[in-house]
Design a protein around this ligand. Sequence first.
Ligand code: C5P
Length: 219
Amino acid sequence: NAPADLAGRHVVVSAGGTREPIDPVRFIGNRSSGLQGYALARTALARGARVTLVAANVALPDPAGAQVVPVGTAEEMRKAVLEAAADADAVVMAAAVADFRPADYRTSKIKKSESGEPEPIELVRNPDILAELGQHRRPGQVIVGFAAETDDVLANGRDKLVRKKCDLLVVNQVGENLAFGRPDNAAVVLAADGATTEIPRGPKEDLADVVWDLVVARL
Ligand code: C5P
């Protein structure tokens, strides 16, 4: 039986991975099944929250009771997240957002050139949604980021927490089938107030509940 400690609260969760179109059939994207974000949405609902779930390219059933906003690109995710965040008590960015997108979208499929040489694709920066949330937070709003790191996990995490001005950063080590598409996960949660919480490998639901415990303590 979940505690109703998020009753009366609005939380926003982003999930999945954005896709930045190159042409009508190709994209640049990030690997993410959306499982961790969906587990966060389900556990928040169980704890009484009103949940907006901004989902990018996810093939999972809608959690009952959540308002699901489907998006494709980082720009679409930014718009949906910022709009929902306007009256949110907490925002958890579990989505993998592409850092770059192709500078121009080609309306026709790119063909192999006569010479066989590949054409370069010029990239431009996408907005950093988490950094924007950290910068323009409402008073009392709790902002949570996720960071998938392969090396120097904790040092990179601390650095990212400060740079993006979030309250909590959930850092997990990726690579060698450690997180993607698996039902379980392990992480370290770094807090702006200096606290460090280790979450042992377990179901993504359990990790989600620890994240909500830490959020509730800061609301
Ligand atoms: O810098 P990095 O991509 O590792 O940061 C990960 C965190 O930042 C995640 O919470 C992700 O959702 C968020 N992010 C974002 N906008 C971006 C890139 C990442 O909100 N353009």
